[in-house]
Each structure stands twice: as C-alpha cells, then as structure tokens.
Design a protein around this ligand. Structure first.
Ligand SMILES: Cc1cc2nc3c(=O)[nH]c(=O)nc-3n(C[C@H](O)[C@H](O)[C@H](O)COP(=O)(O)OP(=O)(O)OC[C@H]3O[C@@H](n4cnc5c(N)ncnc54)[C@H](O)[C@@H]3O)c2cc1C
Length: 396
C-alpha cells in the first residue's frame, strides 16, 4: 500500500497562511481575553478576520463558500488552527459545528442545506448534536438510546432528555437523535431530527459545569417534552440515524485529533523554550537527560499522532468506513495529547501550573477528549473485537 503523506501545494499554502493568521491575529486576542469562554462579539471579530485572511471554512465545499478540503487537507490546516484554543472558532471549524456541517453536506436534502448548512458555513448561526443521555440512556453504548419520537399527523413528537450537549447555548438548530422503532438495546431504529431553537418543546434545563471551558456555547442538558417537528425535520431517512451518524463520527473523531494536536505542539514549544532558557545545576534544563527524554517523548507522541491521523484520513478519502483506523488514531491521539501537555507542564516547574503560561488551561481542555467521541476503553474494546474477528475470518 503506497500512502503519499505530503499535502498538495495549495493545501500547504493554506496551512502556512493559517499558521500565520493564528500567530498574528488569534493568539493576541486569546491572550487579551483571559476569560475562558469568549463572547459572541469576539467570535464575530475573529471570524471576520479569518474571512479577510482567506482562511475561513476550509472544510466546506466551494459551493457553500469554503475551500473544499478533503480529510488529508483538513489534517494539515486544522492542526495549524488548533495551535490556539480560539483558532478553530475563528476558522469556523470548531466542534460541534464542523462535524455538523460535514454531516449536513453528506446527508441533508437540498432545502435543509439552504436552511441550515448555508448559514452555518457562513458563521451566521451555530448548531449542536444531541445524542448522549443520562443513565440508563445512550452514552458509550449508543444502542441504549431512550429518547423517543412518535408519529403524529404531519410529523413527529419527541420526548426524552439529553446531556453534555456541546454548543447548546445559543445554537439555532439541534440535531437530535431519537428512537423511532425498537427498544433501548436494539442496534437500529434511530432517526436524526433537526429541531429549531424556538421550538417550545425543547428546553435547556441547565449548563453543566465541566473541567474544560473553552468550547463555545458550553455543555448543556436539554429536555424534549412533547416536542413536535414536521416531517421535513427528518435528517436523512427514518430509522437510519445510527448509520448516518457514522458519516459524522469517524471524520469528527479525526478532526478533534487534528485540533488537539495543534495544542500539543503549542505546549511542547513552550516547554522547549523554557528548557533552552532556564539554568539550574550548572547547565541549561534542556541539557539534562531526563528533560531531554520528556522532550523526545513529546516529539514521538506528536509525530505518531500525526501519522495515525493521516492514515485514517487517507482511508476516509478513499470512501472507506475507516472504523479501525479512526478508533486507533483517536485512542492514541487523545492519550498522547494529554501526555504531551502533562510533560510540558512538568518541564516548566511551578511556572507550568501558573497563569503566566497556558499549560494548566490546556491540560483542563484536553482531558475530556479521552471520554467524548468514544472513551478510550470503548475504542480499545472495539479495536480488539475487530482484530479477533479478522483473525477468525482469515483462519476459516
Ligand atoms: C466535554 C464533553 C463534551 C461532550 N459533547 C457531547 C455532544 O456535543 N453531544 C453528545 O451527544 N454527547 C457529548 N458528550 C458525551 C460523550 O459522547 C459521552 O460522555 C461518551 O459517549 C461516554 O458516555 P457516558 O459519559 O455516558 O459514559 P458511560 O457510557 O457511562 O461510560 C463510562 C465509562 O465506562 C468505560 N467503558 C465504556 N465502554 C467500555 C467497554 N467496552 N469496556 C470497558 N469499559 C468501558 C469507560 O471508561 C467510560 O468512560 C460530551 C462529553 C463530554 C465530556
């Protein structure tokens, strides 16, 4: 199998311009606004600047005002955007909007694309994706889906509760996964619905306080109580929700890895700078073997994550499901990013936990990635089952 890892010249150019934009425009804004959650005005200011710099919406097709990058192209550009916490928001490639745009481009009807994808791609509105439920509902095991949608005249009535819905505060549209057939535990029977924010049947119950704070619109709990939507609110086909969710989940896993890899690189740069400057025990920190080992391990984790992301992206670009490659990439990358940020903080000593460098903030922001988009344990379980099945099939 021959895999060409080099980005095409146009992609390399966009990645370089993104890196410059993040360094010159986004990082100064991020340093000025120490508030973990930026305001709507800051979001607009950054997105206007990204438009002017010609780096806005790199993932969306050109028909919707984007650059139409494939997954490998996204890997190069998203990593550069991810170097700052606010970089993805500036380029309009932050979660969950980026994954939702990908899903809408692939699955939505023409009128749904005009109504939701076009304003999302332009940064005029935001969205969220509501799958997870409090126990005993859907979490690591999506088949536990308990939210129900029943047929009513001309549409559907949704009842259920969702939580940890990122971006829920201020989202103009919620993509809600509900069961339209079968019972909790069944592998099929889910449908996606597009629910507008002004639907009186959908209420925000609360903002959930979490370790991470930088994702725009927070993480909310939503209650669907006799929430009626018309037939044309069905996204994709009835009962095809789990299958269509895969269109979003595989690529979204990888784009999360790309963005957090940017933060890992940023953390490693801070640590290397410190290792070059700080003197102790008669030498520079970077001349001490145990610090060199931590820097080497950071470099290895970053390079390996990038390689696994690219391999999975290459498979996705070939139109394959890439289930095994995205599980392996996601598990490794989520853990590697944590290790890199943690080691970088250690190299900086007390400075690392202070507010003078952003490392403690990075640590808080990356930790939940080992849980969302599938916890490491769920992925390891799936990776092993696929491997065992493959061996059994080969032995027959
Ligand atoms: C910051 C954040 C943002 C999120 N954003 C969204 C969002 O926008 N939309 C949305 O729908 N959801 C979102 N989620 C929810 C996320 O997808 C779920 O938390 C995740 O799927 C795990 O489900 P759970 O929390 O119910 O954990 P559970 O399903 O209760 O799992 C608990 C633990 O069990 C272990 N486990 C799981 N599977 C196995 C296995 N096979 N073998 C052994 N152990 C296992 C793991 O350690 C896991 O952490 C978000 C979560 C977080 C933390």
């Amino acid at each position: 199998m021959v895999v060409d890892l080099a980005p095409e010249p146009a992609v390399a150019d966009l990645a370089e311009r993104t890196a410059r934009f993040v360094r010159d425009v986004v990082l100064p804004v991020e340093e000025r606004h120490r508030d973990p959650v930026p305001s709507e005005a800051v979001r607009r200011e950054l997105q206007d600047a990204a438009r002017k710099a010609g780096v806005f919406a790199p993932h969306v097709s050109t028909g919707y005002g984007g650059h139409g990058l494939d997954m490998r192209g996204r890997a190069a550009v998203f990593e550069e955007a991810g170097y700052a916490l606010l970089g993805p928001l500036a380029l309009n490639i932050a979660a969950p909007d980026e994954g939702n745009m990908h899903l809408l481009e692939a699955v939505a009807s023409g009128p749904q694309k005009e109504r939701y994808l076009r304003p999302l791609a332009a940064g005029e509105i935001r969205s969220c994706f509501a799958m997870t439920e409090p126990a005993p509902g859907a979490g690591s095991d999506p088949s536990a889906l308990a939210t129900r949608a029943e047929r009513v005249d001309g549409g559907w009535r949704i009842n259920g509760r969702k939580w940890f819905i990122t971006g829920g505060d201020g989202a103009a549209v919620t993509i809600c996964m509900a069961r339209t057939s079968g019972s909790p535990g069944d592998a099929g029977g889910a449908t996606m619905f597009l629910v507008d924010a002004d639907n009186p049947g959908m209420k925000t119950v609360r903002h959930i306080e979490t370790l991470d704070q930088s994702l725009f619109g927070g993480h909310v709990e939503l209650l669907f109580e006799d929430c009626e939507v018309p037939d044309d609110a069905v996204l994709g086909q009835v009962d095809a929700g789990f299958r269509n969710a895969q269109v979003r989940l595989g690529p979204a896993r990888m784009t999360h890895c790309m963005r957090w890899l940017g933060i890992a690189r940023h953390a490693n740069d801070i640590a290397i700078r410190r290792a070059n400057e700080r003197e102790l025990f008669g030498s520079r920190l970077g001349e001490l073997g145990m610090v060199q080992q931590m820097i080497a391990d950071n470099e290895i984790d970053i390079a390996a994550s990038r390689g696994l992301i690219l391999r999975a992206c290459w498979e996705l670009d070939q139109g394959r499901s890439a289930a095994q490659a995205t599980s392996i990439g996601k598990t490794f990358c989520a853990e590697a990013v944590w290790r890199v940020v943690d080691r970088s903080l250690q190299i900086c000593g007390a400075l690392g936990v202070s507010g003078d460098v952003p490392l403690s903030r990075f640590l808080r922001e990356v930790r939940p990635f080992r849980i969302y988009d599938g916890p490491s344990e769920t992925h390891r379980w799936a990776i092993a089952r696929r491997a065992i099945r493959q061996h059994a099939a080969a032995a027959r």
